[in-house]
Design a protein around this ligand. Structure first.
Ligand code: ADP
Length: 340
């Protein structure tokens, strides 16, 4: 398959997102570390009260973008504006409008949930009864009010992450930035966290930006920017992006996949590629194509599958290669565990 070289043009922000007073506006953002380009000129908008995902494999530039948006680092070129404030020109004022949850733990495990939030409140100039009321409100929001007086070290991983979330939200930010927020959480805690993010969006109208390398999380976002090697390769709702492939994805297991792919290309004039020792095709009405291809090459095909496209297929379609060049770290770990 030929990579879609017009991916960047396709990924340009759609007109309606420019018209709708974006809460975040990123234009031609570039970042270089010495001679390595981590962000190669990306542009997108985030709308108010949107759950927006930054999806990309390791090394695609997510952390770099996150650090620029959270004012930790200035870009080499381009602009990023949040709530009308420029990340380079107005970082101090901008920080009052954003809440940031980093991957690394920032709560003090020896303090109670309440104490952690009390100290955080002081950093933002909140005091006394107003701060107490806000802490109770936010702990209620993340479902931890009954554990307010317990030390954070006694909490599960998911509960600790919710304290981080409460900390990021204490000063009523309009935008919450979260860097891979579910790393290390079990599936139940992951689901809970996403549930809280949706509540924030729907009830508090907070715009939530989440970086992730997990497809199943990206599918839960209202819209997504997909990054690859510092470039924006796709932008849209998960449905729009998968619909764009316009058909089905067929995988064929064959004795000689390279030869079969070549034969299919010649005979049917479709774009057949070999990926992970399978022949892969994107085709309209896949179920109708299956009998034809099986009949055309008797005994060649050992197994086959036909399915609707996923976000990984969008990534392959736009870049010409898999999302994971190797197995994701999480999967590797769980496989290792199973062996023992
Ligand atoms: P991601 O978060 O998607 O894994 P990063 O933003 O961390 O991506 O990295 C993007 C690219 O920039 C990678 O090629 C990475 O090696 C490089 N990079 C990241 N941080 C640094 C740094 N401090 N110095 C030099 N190169 C870096």
């Amino acid at each position: 398959m030929t990579p879609n070289t017009s991916a960047i043009e396709h990924a340009a922000p759609e007109p309606q997102s420019l018209a709708a007073n974006p809460i975040i506006s990123v234009r031609d953002l570039v970042h270089r570390y010495q001679n390595r380009t981590a962000l190669g000129g990306i542009s997108f908008d985030v709308r108010p009260a949107e759950l927006f995902g930054l999806l990309g494999p390791n090394g695609s530039g997510k952390t770099t973008l996150f650090r620029i948006l959270s004012t930790l680092m200035a870009p080499s070129a381009g602009t990023a504006v949040i709530a009308g404030l420029n990340v380079v020109r107005d970082p101090a004022e901008l920080r009052r409008h954003i809440g940031v949850v980093f991957q690394a733990q920032s709560v003090d495990p020896k303090l109670t949930a309440y104490e952690n939030l009390w100290h955080q409140g002081h950093l933002y100039g909140l005091h006394g009864p107003a701060l107490k009321a806000r802490i109770e409100e936010i702990l209620t929001r993340v479902g931890l009010l009954d554990r307010a007086q317990d030390r954070v070290e006694s909490f599960s991983g998911g509960m600790q992450r919710r304290v981080e979330l409460a900390k990021g939200l204490l000063h009523h930010p309009e935008v919450l930035l979260l860097d891979e927020p579910t790393t290390g959480l079990d599936p139940g805690a992951r689901r809970d966290l996403w549930q809280y993010l949706r509540v924030l969006r729907d009830q508090e109208h907070v715009s939530v930006i989440v970086t992730t390398h997990l497809m199943e999380e990206a599918e839960r976002c209202d819209r997504l920017a997909i990054l690859n090697e510092g470039k924006l390769v796709a932008l849209g709702t998960p449905e729009e992006l998968t619909r764009e492939i316009g058909g089905d994805v067929i995988l064929l297991e064959a004795r000689d996949p390279e030869a079969l792919a070549e034969q299919i290309r010649t005979r049917f004039h479709v774009d057949a590629t070999v990926m992970d020792a399978n022949v892969r095709l994107e085709i309209e009405n896949g179920h109708r194509f299956i009998p034809d291809v099986v009949e055309a090459f008797p005994g060649e095909i050992h197994a086959l599958s036909v399915r609707k496209p996923t976000l990984e297929d969008v990534f392959i379609h736009r870049t010409g290669h898999r999302f994971w060049n190797e197995e994701p770290a999480d999967e590797k770990k769980s496989k290792k565990k199973k062996k023992h």
